[in-house]
Design a protein around this ligand. Sequence first.
Ligand code: NAP
Length: 287
Amino acid sequence: MRITGTTRLAGIMGWPVTHSRSPLLHGFWLDETGIDGAYLPLPVRPQHIEQALRSLPILGFRGCNLTIPHKRAALSVVDRVEPLARRIGAINTIVIGPDGSIEGRNTDAFGFCENMLDMVPDWNPRAGPAVILGAGGAARAIVAALAGAGVAEIRIVNRTLDRAVSLAHDLSTPKVTISISSWDEVGTALRDAGLLVNATSLGMAGEPALVLDLSSLPPATPVVDIVYVPLETDLLAAARRRGHPVVDGLGMLLHQGRPGFEAWFGAPVRVTSKLRDAILATLAPAQ
Ligand code: NAP
């Protein structure tokens, strides 16, 4: 990479930010496209997020990504929030307009949908209810994605009832029914499901295991785990043994970066096996 006087700038704000794979992801695409651009890690403490975001247009940045702990706080700082990000309740991508205005977007729903198209192109959103484990930030983006894709019934299974209730309240539409189940009821929820998604942190390295009896899940139902460290979670291994189509979490992570890159650097990019391997190599030591 060579920085010139005309290099286009973007980056990722987080605290901490050292764990983020986004600089590698965008660096890969910058190398591949040959664009005169740079994508930087931007360590920003929670109390400085407003100043940091307001500095972007002043410093000539095209935008940035946001990670923990800024995704919700940024909602009240930016000039405009895309309606989808407002419904999800989190911003992960900032785009600076030609007039210097700051727009917040959420690309996790896009990342989830694109990964489904890549990995299970035959999956039919109308095949049956989708069961989503979790009601956190990722689950909210996935529910918005599935509602947009035409899923008519979504069943949320979450430990904390209030969080599931607020998800259902914020993301229900006339076209999608969102119901809530406790973990005790998960076997019943799976019975006629057309999709199962783990959007909890259970099964992630350092977190408790996700122990789930899949025996009531119809055999052709795809099983998605958005946890990506490790890539092959116990849930995916169990689903694979039973013959379910399985989708791991890496593709969603890669696809969610595309809209930001395209907005800041002006070129379309793809998720290829070469990119997947490059990022996978950085995940391997933690597995
Ligand atoms: P979050 O907002 O903190 O939500 C965490 C979810 O996990 C909540 O539903 C929480 O339930 C549940 N949970 C945590 N510990 C639990 C336990 N011991 N028992 C039962 N439920 C438990 O986190 P998030 O941002 O949604 O992320 C969730 C996972 O998705 C993380 O592993 C993250 O790395 C991954 N992720 C992947 C991608 C991708 O692109 N592949 C994108 C975003 C996130 P309560 O509400 O009861 O606390």
